[in-house]
Design a protein around this ligand. Structure first.
Ligand code: FAD
Length: 425
């Protein structure tokens, strides 16, 4: 096995010889494998300028900032504001509505970098993908009314109300109803895990406008409303925070005869499930990017510590029992990242990357979890100390095995829709 120093020496020597004899290394090593000996992960990535900018922004939000938010379970307001002011949060909003009009790959680069730098985008990531539902299916009037405010940060679209306590993963079994009365829809029901509802002006709400026993397909009869929560009469909307194992600002939300103007309907009544589904590929891709960032953070921390920490008179990273789990997590992360790139490529080509986006999310969540395990184990007892940030990141990374979609449901999707096996539920 090559030691780090020998590997670096070998790589440096190859590059030096290539430069001296004007030999192009293209074809010897893939284009993306340009070595930068200062980095542990030395391959080229897209949107380097955006990554550099986000990295710079994140330096204002070090571990201590996140530890404090985590300890006190407070919303990282300053971080979200900085992301908004810099334009990164509105990156995907078209320029005509005041955003930067960037591609999904740029959004992925932004979220990955935030997580790679030890920060957490969960406080605001939903805005990037929920906004897509308004953009694709909202009316011109709705887009003009809301998107410029979202881009400038005057309005926040952070709340996404789909999951309910009794229906869970079985979305079409949801019970929250919207019934037309005069110029309004009257909403009754309950959502759970509606993250960031307390810090959002708007909520994208999925509810039943036609009872399930009166529709041909169970996916019919669901509608999406863009609810301006500030306009809801007192007492009709109750938001209760749920304390969780990580700082996620998640809540349960109760609707009690809550009137919402009919102009809040997105697209056609009864077709809401399709509208929500149409945003799922972007959601999977963006969450996978965060997991890749988490995995990189864990892997860098683990490999640095393994090289520095000396026990029994030598670095612990000299033991294969310590280095192999980190190396394996790296391999997992790289393969997940390749799948993610493929999902993004298809998405940006206008195709439907349902298979690739789901696989990318699952593989990236698995890679970040494997990396978290390796990182915690490598740090021994110190991994459990708050000031190392590892236990916090570990708790945060665990979520992505369950939300926004659980691993089992991705496997069911692959089994049924890709491999043609019978539907299991
Ligand atoms: C911190 C947090 C934030 C969240 N934020 C939001 C949000 O902002 N908006 C929102 O709408 N939702 C949100 N969610 C909800 C999240 O999407 C759900 O928790 C997730 O979809 C799983 O639903 P459930 O918790 O009801 O689990 P259940 O549906 O009860 O499932 C429980 C377990 O059983 C498994 N399971 C269920 N059915 C099957 C099956 N047929 N085959 C195999 N396994 C199965 C699941 O994989 C899961 O592991 C959030 C959740 C959390 C924890």
């Amino acid at each position: 096995m090559l030691s780090n120093t020998l590997l670096e020496f070998t790589a440096a020597a190859v590059w030096e010889m290539a430069a001296r004899f004007s030999v192009s290394l293209q074809g010897i090593w893939p284009e993306t494998l340009k070595l930068n000996l200062n980095n542990t992960m030395n391959y080229e990535l897209d949107h380097q300028d955006i990554r550099d900018g986000v990295k710079q922004l994140c330096t204002d939000f070090p571990g201590e900032y996140w530890r404090k938010c985590d300890r006190e379970q407070t919303y990282p307001q300053e971080f979200v504001q900085a992301l908004t002011d810099s334009g990164y949060l509105g990156a995907l909003i078209p320029e005509e509505y005041g955003g930067s009009g960037l591609s999904l790959s740029a959004g992925a680069a932004i979220l990955e970098t935030i997580h790679h730098e030890g920060c957490n985008a969960a406080a605001c990531h939903a805005q990037m993908y929920t906004m897509g539902t308004v953009l694709r299916h909202g009316s011109d009037a709705q887009k003009e009314k809301y998107l410029p405010g979202i881009a400038s940060g005057n309005l926040r679209l952070q709340a996404f109300g789909v999951t309910e306590p009794t229906s869970g993963t079985d979305t079409t079994a949801l019970r929250t109803t919207a019934v037309r009365r005069g110029n309004d829809f009257i909403i009754n029901g309950q959502k759970i895990w509606t993250s960031r509802a307390e810090y959002s002006d708007l909520m994208l709400l999925l509810c039943r406008t036609m009872p399930r026993d009166q529709v041909q397909k169970r996916t019919d009869g669901l509608s999406v409303l863009l609810v301006d929560m500030g306009q809801c009469p007192k007492g009709s909307l109750t938001i209760r925070p749920i304390r969780t194992m990580m700082n996620h600002a998640t809540t349960e939300v109760f609707f009690d005869d809550m009137p919402v103007p009919q102009e809040s309907l997105i697209g056609e009544e009864g077709k809401g499930f399709r509208y929500i589904l149409s945003g799922m590929n972007a959601e999977r891709i963006l969450i996978a990017s965060e997991c890749i960032g988490d995995a990189k953070w864990f892997i860098e921390k683990a490999s640095a510590y393994a090289s520095e920490r000396s026990i029994f008179g030598r670095p612990i990273g000299q033991n294969q029992g310590v280095q192999f789990p980190i190396a394996k997590a790296y391999a997992q992360m790289r393969s997940a990242e390749l799948m993610l790139r493929e999902a993004i490529r298809l998405y940006e080509a206008g195709e439907n990357p349902g298979e690739e986006a789901n696989m990318a999310k699952m593989l990236a969540a698995d890679a970040s979890w494997a990396a978290g395990e390796a990182c915690l184990q490598t740090h021994g007892g110190f991994g459990f100390a708050e000031e190392y940030d590892i236990e916090r990141k570990y708790r945060e990374a665990r979520l992505y095995q369950v939300a926004p979609i659980s691993t089992n449901l991705i496997l069911s999707y692959l089994a049924e829709h890709v491999l043609g096996m019978p539907r299991s539920y």
